[in-house]
Every structure is written in structure tokens, then in C-alpha cells.
Design a protein around this ligand. Sequence first.
Ligand SMILES: Cc1ncc(COP(=O)(O)O)c(C=O)c1O
Length: 373
Amino acid sequence: MVGIARPALIRSTSIPLSRPPVDDEIKEAVWAAIASGHYILGAECREFEAALARSIGVRHVVLTSSGTAALWLSFRALGVKAGDEVLVPSHTAFPTIEAIVFAGATPVFVDVDATYGLDVVDAAAKVTPRTIGVVPVHLYGQAVDLDAVSQFVSRCGIWAVEDCCQAIGAGWRGRPVGSFGRASAFSFYPSKNLTVLGDGGAVATDDVVVADQCRRLRDHGRRGKDLHVEIGFNLRFNELNAAAGRVGLRRLEAMNDRRRALAARYRAGLTRVPVELPRERPEGRHVYHLFVIRTPERDALRAFLAGRGVETGIHYPVPAHRQPAIQHLSAPSLPVTERLVGEILSLPISAGHAEAEVDEVVAAVQEYFRHGG
Ligand SMILES: Cc1ncc(COP(=O)(O)O)c(C=O)c1O
């Protein structure tokens, strides 16, 4: 397709991959938090934690400074230690892996299935006497097969920590993700389905011991004001972000519906185009954090779309087990992951995108393939 993206076609406007919501209601909530004079772990945070717990369907939510911190706190609270092995898909954001390593354990990499979710058969083949847990990652906004994961963890006597960082509001058989594992981690990074005008995250759990330990660890291992009973860290959350998050959470359902409607529009527009569309599991509710298509011509298509002012992404081009930071670990063969990283392409989607923008992206993809692909 070299030659189609001629300079004359370069647009001055652009369609971003994601457009985080900011409006007057959110700004006013943040102004009120500023005026309160209380900035860290106050009433806004407590209300946000309670509202999140209700919406996820768990007893406890602990806000934290990021999704990475939420994962690390969960692992520490579950007693992860050196020598332990944690099963995890290689096809995830690197922070999933980083948190396992930072907690002292060894990630054992597992392949994914055709929906980009954990391949439970491959996970089962990699269980050893040192395996203590598994991290199903609900990638791109779609729940992994939680029936299979639930059976697997109870058969092996291990825990699951769900990585819900891309999937807040997603469900499995009518139940929200984040309510299946011993603990689960959420992220509010600006491109996520629920955001807080900055970094942020949360641990969700039904286990009061895990929740209490996460609360302690996020605040220097403190019990009371002056007693530090273990080594924690500063991973706290703040009132301004909580105020923004509370407004966003009230709109989450509608924002996810909007993402689903835009995904359906992509699907309708791209049916006759030779790309592989996302496969939806019928038992789940996909909330389309990302709309990921597949084509062997990914790089040429991406360059063509860039020439049309369409921002795209690759989530993720380098699989975790090939990252230099962990080259000391043995890299297994993961054929599905190795192949997909060269073909996946994330198209623009968020609750803030217009239908006309999706139509424009669809038209550009159609045009690319009309000219021979
Ligand atoms: C699947 C997944 N896990 C973990 C994280 C880490 O979240 P955060 O960026 O809030 O630390 C992210 C976000 O990048 C993610 O997408």
C-alpha cells in the first residue's frame, strides 16, 4: 500500500485513539474537593470506594495510586514470596508482570486463546508445586472464560487475582468482572473506561483480611498514626481524583453502552473487509476498552490510517516474555501470542468518539483494502 498515503491526503484534524471525558460537572466536583481543604484519603475517597464496591459487587474496595499498585498490593496481601510461581498471560500490559516480579514471585507465561484471553488448558499444563496463583487479564474489555478459570483454581487449590484494568463494567454471565477472584485490580488511567483525570487504581475483594492488609500497605504499613507494623509504601489516593471518579462512575454504564454501540458500528462497517474482527464471548459483556482488528498487513494499514489523521495503537507489539527487563527468565514458546503481536491493530474508540468519526475510520480502512490491500 506504499503510495496511497500521499502527502496531499494528510488531514489537519485527527481522530485520537481515545478521548477522556472532561466537562463542567466533573470540574465542579473537583473544585468542591479543592475547597474542602482535605486532599488525601478523605470523604470523597471513602464514598468512591463504597460506590465502586457496590458496582463491582464486592464487600471491599481499596483505592490506590495506580492499577500497578493495586496488583502489587493484592499479591503482597495474598502472601506472595520469593520462589512462588504465578501463571499469567504474556499478552498483557507489562505492569501485570512487573507487579508479580515486584512482589517477589516468578511469572510463568501462558498463551492466549482466539479472544485474547488466558488459555486455561495451557495454564493447567504449566502448574508446578510452586504455583500459588493465576492472573486472568480481561484484556481489551472482555472477560476471559471465568467458568474455566473458576474450575481451574478450585481444582488446583490456587487463587486468582483478576486484572480488570481494561474491563471495568464488563461481565460474565451477568456478574461483574472483579467479583470472581480472591482479589482484583482496576486502573483509572486516562484512556480507561472509567478515569479520574490522572493516575489511579483500586483493589476489590470480598476478603476483609486482604482488604485490611491492602489498606495498611498503601499507607506505609501503618496501624494507627504512629505504629508501622510492616514495610508498606505510599500508594494512596487523593480527594480530587476521587471526586472526578465518582461522577464518572455514575456514567460508567452509559459510557460502556456507548462503546458497545460504536463497536457494533465498526463491526457493521468492516464485515466485508478482509480483517479479523474481535470475537465476543456470548456469556460475557464486552465493554470495548479497545477495538482490536487483525490483519497481516497491520503496519501498512497503520501507516495509511496515520496519513488520514487516524491515530491507532498496538496493544502490545512486544510480548511480555520477550521484554528485556525479564530476559533472565526462560522464555517459553507461545505460538498464538507470537503470531498475533505482528497483526493486531487498535482502532479509535471511547465514549467520547462520535459516530461520524467511526464512519471515517471505517471508510479509510475500506479504502486501503479497495486499493489492493
Ligand atoms: C491490563 C493492564 N494491567 C495493568 C495496568 C496498569 O495500570 P496503571 O497504568 O494504572 O498502573 C494496565 C494499564 O496500563 C493494564 O492495561
